[in-house]
Design a protein around this ligand. Structure first.
Ligand code: SF4
Ligand code: SF4
Length: 144
């Protein structure tokens, strides 16, 4: 099982790789404040600032809409899929989630797992998502 510090390093490596791929392929084709889908997928997110995303959001860097996917080739998709699979394996992917959100959730898992849910793969959690609402969700307890 990876330690939290090891997972942080993996997160940072994956984040850098995803950013490099996006810089290389430029799938969103942003010009004059407009992307190729015309409506930014970040719309309404609390992490959106005047100069774009204010946090390191790994899943957001991996995800592309259908319009952006038309601007990439199979090599891009294979590399991003590899990043996605590693991120998923280590529980590093949270929709519209910052690096801090990811590791808050991971820390919660580790503590709660040892206290309450030793014989269960799932637990109910209240998790505050970045866009401001608190949801009760089912979370997979990782690293069994
Ligand atoms: S993923 Fe799609 S909607 Fe989001 S910025 Fe890129 S082109 Fe726009
Ligand atoms: S967290 Fe995701 S949706 Fe929110 S601003 Fe950053 S990239 Fe956009």
């Amino acid at each position: 099982m990876k330690t939290v510090e090891e997972k942080m390093k993996i997160f940072d490596d994956l984040y850098s790789q995803a950013c490099e791929l996006l810089a290389q392929y430029n799938p969103c084709k942003v010009t004059n404040g407009e992307c190729c889908r015309k409506v930014f997928c970040c719309y309404g997110c609390d992490y959106l600032g005047p100069k774009g995303c204010k946090v390191e959001a790994l899943l957001c860097r991996i995800w592309l809409c259908e319009s952006a996917k038309r601007n990439v080739d199979t090599s891009f998709i294979a590399k991003m899929l590899n990043i996605y699979n590693i991120g998923k394996k280590h529980g590093l992917l949270v929709a519209r989630g910052s690096r801090k959100d990811v590791f808050d959730l991971i820390s919660w898992d580790a503590e709660e797992y040892s206290r309450n849910v030793c014989d269960s793969r799932f637990a109910l959690v209240h998790f505050e998502f970045p866009w401001g609402k608190t949801y009760k969700i089912v979370a997979v307890v990782n690293n069994l």
